[in-house]
Write a protein that binds this ligand. Sequence first.
Ligand SMILES: *Cc1c(COP(=O)(O)O)cnc(C)c1O
Length: 400
Amino acid sequence: MAGAELIGKEEMKQVMDVLKTGVLMRYGFDKERKGIFKVRELEQEFAKYCGAKYALGVTSGSSALKVALTALDVGPGDQVICPAFTFLATYEAVLEVGAIPVMADIDESLNLDPDDIERKLTSSTKAVIPVHMCGAPARIDKILKVAKKHKLLVLEDNAQGCGGSFKGKKLGTFGQMGIFSFDYYKTLTTGEGGMILTDSQKLYQRADWYHDHGHDHNPKVSRAMEGRSILGFNYRMNELQGAVGLAQLRKLDGLIAEQKKNKQAIKDVLAQVKGVKFRKIPDPAGDTATFLAFNFPSETHAEKFQKAMADKGVDAVIFKKNAWHYVPNWEHFLAKSTANSKKYPFADPINKGAVKYDRKSIPQAEDLLGRTLVIGISVKMPKERFNKIKAAIEKAADVL
Ligand SMILES: *Cc1c(COP(=O)(O)O)cnc(C)c1O
């Protein structure tokens, strides 16, 4: 549960700063707010922490994806390549802007396989969304290379890898834009919330305008007098979220260090089990260690091991069977059951050619996700918790 485990007096202090002024909105009320700008402060600190030029706080990771895709001008008629293993929001965001998601395979990192991008390309492909799943980096260097070759935009979905890196560079800063989720399950949490990173002033500006009804945020005039040149919507982060985020960000490196320690301890136990192999992490130093993924020679082995651990009170996920994180299991998505009765954008003639979401087109995901078990790593792992996990693993090893 990561950041949620650490909510304490630092978050309370930050939130109280806001409540004392009573100004819960990030914009306006310059006299009443007495110099308190928590969202702005979080954006500045987050950008600096990640080494990006611009950061924009928004209401969620899902809205961050939508705002970023909009800023990148991805829309009707465009296709966006996304990995088969991700949370539903990645695909939903593509549909939200009127484009069509195209499902691509994963590699042994459990993230988008750069070698599959070319196989999934069409003349409509505009962008690719690599997702750093379960806290660890994709082969982002290779993905960037392929994207560059085919002039594709890259939007990193780093909802699950906040604070992670690849060869010393923070995840979320490789593509034209990167997004983060601060929902309650995520590494850094503000209850609900999200962040967008970019080095491009132009992209930042479009995202900034779009996320707040087109407001150009001209500091020289009052909010009511601000100009606008594009239509937008409301995806504004509020000051309470900004406040919690600031306290959480300052704990992030310590949190990751603790998770790494706990993950290693469990890994050491698992390494003793015959046949167990670990997820290939392209740069282990950049892992945030929120999850530990390990695999078996077959699905049968994985299922047996999962059941035996569950009997001892320790849960592990086989993502091939998960309802929310694996495209072939999204029956409502496959049936194009859009909330609108027109089946937009699937049925829009501009989105020409039916895109298929066939299990046969993602053989590595079908193989890897069926025989991989994933367990969550907590920040706090008292001795009793560790002993329970160790006992479950040792018991499960016996049934193999
Ligand atoms: C959580 C998540 C999102 C969406 O973030 P929310 O803040 O919950 O809207 C997007 N992509 C991935 C990979 C996620 O795990």
